[in-house]
Design a protein around this ligand. Structure first.
Ligand SMILES: Nc1ncnc2c1ncn2[C@@H]1O[C@H](COP(=O)(O)OP(=O)(O)O)[C@@H](O)[C@H]1O
Ligand SMILES: [Mg+2]
Length: 254
């Protein structure tokens, strides 16, 4: 399970992306980007953040620490924006927090360069989890003290929106033509050779165990949170073995 903290101060909304995450301080003195459970896409976005973030971390990619944040909606009473008020009101209990990288810059493919091996690992990972939110328009990558960090894994694993069709959906190709790192000659073949053997049933069990039960209960078709955890692991395990042959839109994928 993720470490649990309690929000002590709501600082400000972050308006860059679409989901209006909030910047908060917590009782461990940390500053976090808080993703609201009550936001439009709801808890599946948070499940995707935890699963993909923790998987990426275990594959050696940089992801800020993830925690669950208890939120007392009273903290937002001073917030003037009605939309934010509504999010705070509907998000009592456990939300997702990501450690705030102070001073980080949004990655700009025209301003920074990335080594083909690192680009390959990130493109391969995004193909594995079917991340549709790492385009050059909206990279969801941060530069922090010279390193590249991955954020925002909410729009991944499209198959979790339709479990009966999950295996079919997860067998599809990944189009990397618009990927933020497509122009850096990503070495997907060597990434696949290194990373694919690491994605085992055990690793996926460890990663899915990090997802709070509260975000997994009452999913139609599943009796227990652990049943749903296994459903998350299955397409990823299958995909890890083959996905490098199903990446389209970049030369190096062949
Ligand atoms: N851990 C972080 N450290 C610093 N800035 C962050 C962090 N997470 C998000 N941000 C900033 O907030 C913006 C929105 O966050 P993001 O997770 O992309 O949410 P969404 O796109 O769903 O609104 C990002 O584009 C980035 O500028
Ligand atoms: Mg984003």
């Amino acid at each position: 399970m993720l470490r649990e903290v309690t929000a002590t101060r709501y600082i400000t909304p972050l308006r860059e992306g679409g989901s209006l995450p909030g910047l908060v301080e917590a009782d461990d003195l940390g500053t976090y980007v808080l993703k609201f459970r009550g936001a439009g896409q709801g808890r599946k976005t948070l499940v995707a953040e935890v699963l993909c973030g923790e998987l990426a971390r275990r594959l050696g990619l940089r992801v800020p620490p993830l925690v669950t944040i208890e939120l007392d909606p009273v903290l937002g009473l001073g917030e003037p924006d009605r939309e934010v008020q509504e999010l705070l009101r509907s998000s009592g209990g456990a939300n997702l927090g990501m450690g705030f990288l102070s001073g980080a810059l949004g990655f700009d493919p025209l301003a920074f360069s990335v080594d083909p091996r690192e680009a390959g690992r990130i493109v391969w990972f995004d193909a594995l989890v079917n991340n549709v939110d790492r385009s050059w328009r909206n990279p969801n990558l941060l530069m922090h003290r010279g390193d590249l960090w991955l954020i925002d894994h909410g729009a991944t694993m499209i198959w979790h929106h339709n479990w009966p069709g999950a295996d079919t959906s997860a067998a599809r190709a990944y189009d990397a033509a618009e990927h933020a790192l497509a122009r850096f000659a990503p070495d997907v073949a060597s990434a696949a050779a290194t990373l694919s053997p690491l994605v085992t049933e055990d690793l996926l069990a460890e990663v899915t165990a990090e997802i709070p039960d509260a975000w997994l209960v009452d999913e139609p078709g599943f009796d227990t949170p652990d049943d749903l955890r296994r459903a998350y692991a299955r397409p990823l395990l299958a995909r890890a073995a083959v996905v490098h042959q199903r990446i389209t839109g970049i030369e190096e994928a062949k």
